[in-house]
Write a protein that binds this ligand. Structure first.
Ligand SMILES: [Zn+2]
Length: 120
């Protein structure tokens, strides 16, 4: 079974979460323009570069969606730190474990529950 987090570990993960949150918010801000609808003039740019622009835009939208999803997880993790509930799996209530949280500090579930949740 996983160990509970120490105060120092929680503090460290909180710093990590805050750093990631800032980076994601910056990324979302920076990518705002690239997700605007493609309004290229078909006569001035070729068909290929129009498709290119649409693909790039779709990629930017997907990246933004992913960033938003992670940002939500980070925010709820920060809330749980504030409520002193951080580090416990939302599914089974067991400690998630420091090793896993070091890789994914925003993770709301332990490894066992996560693999069940990800099963199609
Ligand atoms: Zn669990």
């Amino acid at each position: 079974m996983n160990q509970e987090l120490t105060a120092n570990q929680i503090e460290e993960l909180a710093q990590e979460l805050k750093g990631q949150k800032q980076a994601l918010e910056q990324q979302l801000q920076d990518s705002q323009q690239s997700t605007a609808p493609v309004t290229l003039d078909q006569q001035s740019v070729g068909r290929v570069s129009r498709i290119d622009a649409i693909q790039q835009q779709q990629m930017a939208v997907a990246n933004r969606e992913q960033a938003n999803t992670i940002l939500k997880l980070i925010n709820s993790a920060l809330e749980r730190i504030g409520a002193e509930e951080y580090g416990y799996c939302l599914e089974c209530g067991e400690p998630i474990g420091y090793a896993r949280l070091q890789v994914q500090p925003q993770s709301p579930n332990c490894m066992a529950c996560q693999s069940i949740l990800e099963r199609p």
